[in-house]
Design a binder for this molecule. Sequence first.
Ligand SMILES: O=C(O)CCC(=O)C(=O)O
Length: 262
Amino acid sequence: MTYCMRSRDVTRWRRRRDDLGALSSWRRRTLELLEAATPPHPLDSGLSATIGLNEAYPGCRALRSRPPIFAVDDFLSADECARLRAAAEPMLHRSATAFSVSAIRTSASCEPPLAACVGLLRKVEALLPSVEASRCERPQVARYVRGEKYDEHLDGADPATDADAEAFFFGGGQRVATVLIYLNSVESGGCTRFGRLEPPLEVAPRRGMALVFFPGDRLGRLDGRCFHEATEAADTKWVCQTWVRQASMPEAVVTIARNLSS
Ligand SMILES: O=C(O)CCC(=O)C(=O)O
């Protein structure tokens, strides 16, 4: 399995999948038109449908061009990191992969209250200008203590191999961007490692830094170069993940839009 999803999302999907059949083909057509109208990303002309990133965003630097992988230094302040950790800590439970707990992902995680994520979502919108917050999944926070890790995976779902891909796509489609923010710095261990790149890319957690990459393109095609893992933690490590989908998620539009305007 390459992704994680909450069981209440699956229930919701089963209830509404028939209603949304027509909508999905319409959405696919819209994405195809968008793709045809959009010039290639200057950093990666081979993958023309990657969503755009504002490279003028303060602290933004390219780590790789093929595939495009960016770091944004001080994306969150020390205070913002501390607040997210504090909001998440009482809610942590064993992280899941797809629909169950799995040995490949041994951290603890949760979805902190949306009120704690509003500033973060605004920054994601500024960094990825084509993305409205309604396309963002609810941010998650994960904590790894010594020895915990997340084995190699892609953040999206592959309909050819993942039995639950259709459920995963419900409402928003493929994951097209990952914004992974380190909520603390560590002395050693706990890197994010893209082991299929030549040479492999290993990113060490630095407080406030965001790592941005594109597991799928806007048409939902997965980018196998973006397989990555969280190597075993030595020191306790905290991250916050925000995943961007191809399209707005009907339920999220309401909750997130309300929170952003308050
Ligand atoms: O913690 C990390 O370094 C990576 C996390 C990750 O890959 C994920 O949550 O999908």
